[in-house]
Design a protein around this ligand. Structure first.
Ligand code: SF4
Length: 320
């Protein structure tokens, strides 16, 4: 069968590097800014990489490799770095409203191991460092984000910036099982401390909250308290959803590691990628109470840092 669209582009990608079983490729791109559906909290998304080496069992983005005619497992082994992202971004920003939120890292992690070598996320942030009045959020599971603290500070001087660290659990053993190659939760907390000490608005997101694994009141409360102590201002809390591509990895994982949960998950997600309204509503109430307890906000906030000693804070672009 002839490959078309993204599958064809992926098949033509030049091999950048092969390490262990992971291979890195260039992915020629026509565009870097993707418009979201109207009900999303952000208007645009940017994902500098396709595929993610962290290999979280529940990862919803595995389906994106299916578009390239690959198996969901190859999502962690074949990583595509988008070409010319920064150059495209400079061209494409002109068609966006400065008040629109732009979210980096909605489908794949922008600070996965590939970023150490290829720096595609950093190149994109360098574009934003020259912007004014933008609304930018960035989500990651990696402490590598702290490498860019100076650049992020520069962005936050003249734009609204939110950096979110995803921490699903503080239990190291559970985190290792669920997110085998992602940095340990403690390393992610260190990044929260470093960024918040630099005056950057940081959130901690326990998403996806997983029934029977990470959704107890005790675990969520401890996570929120620890996040607050590390300097986080925002605490998320969205429930797990499992599309068919993610189910192909998550359900066999549960069968091996948590057999008592596998049957329950099969029932919960039979014919539907989403958990029921009742569970989601109860979770929202519980997380809301926990947020209140620790003075944490629910989502993106228009946080403008205090002036740093001896520095002028850039003015936000006047909004017409
Ligand atoms: S870090 Fe995010 S994108 Fe990467 S595997 Fe985990 S859930 Fe997927």
């Amino acid at each position: 069968m002839a490959l078309v669209g993204i599958a064809r582009l992926a098949s033509q990608g030049e091999l950048l590097e092969a390490k262990r079983e992971v291979e890195y490729f260039e992915l020629p791109s026509r565009s870097i800014l993707n418009r979201t559906k109207p009900n999303m909290p952000f208007r645009w998304t940017i994902n500098p990489y396709r595929g993610c080496e962290f290999g979280c069992k529940y990862c919803y983005a595995r389906y994106t490799h299916e578009f390239m005619e690959m198996a969901p497992e190859e999502f962690e082994d074949k990583i595509y770095a988008k070409t010319a992202g920064a150059q495209l971004l400079r061209q494409e920003l002109g068609r966006t409203d400065r008040r629109d939120w732009i979210a980096v890292g909605t489908a794949t992690d922008p600070y996965q191991p590939a970023e150490r070598r290829f720096g595609r996320t950093r190149a994109i942030l360098e574009v934003f460092a020259r912007e004014r009045g933008r609304h930018l959020s960035l989500t990651t599971k990696s402490d590598l984000v702290a490498r860019d603290v100076d650049l992020l500070r520069e962005i936050a001087r003249a734009n609204v910036l939110a950096v979110n660290l995803t921490i699903t659990t503080l239990d190291e053993k559970l985190a290792r099982a669920l997110e085998p190659r992602a940095p340990r939760p403690e390393l992610r907390l260190q990044a929260v401390r470093r960024l918040s000490a630099a005056g950057i608005c940081v959130g901690v997101f326990p998403n996806p909250v997983m029934p029977g694994l990470t959704d107890s009141d005790t675990a969520l409360d401890r996570l929120a308290r620890t996040a607050r102590e590390a300097g986080a201002m925002v605490f998320g809390g969205g429930a797990l959803f499992l599309q068919p591509a993610a189910q192909k990895v998550m359900l066999p994982f549960l069968a091996r590691e948590y057999p008592e949960l596998e049957k329950r998950y099969r029932e919960l997600f039979a014919g539907n990628a989403y958990l029921g309204r009742a569970y989601k509503d109860r979770l929202a109430v519980r997380v809301g109470r926990i947020r209140e307890r620790y003075g944490l906000a629910a989502g993106m906030i228009e946080y403008r840092p205090e002036l740093w000693p001896g520095e002028e804070q850039g003015e936000l672009f006047p909004l017409e």
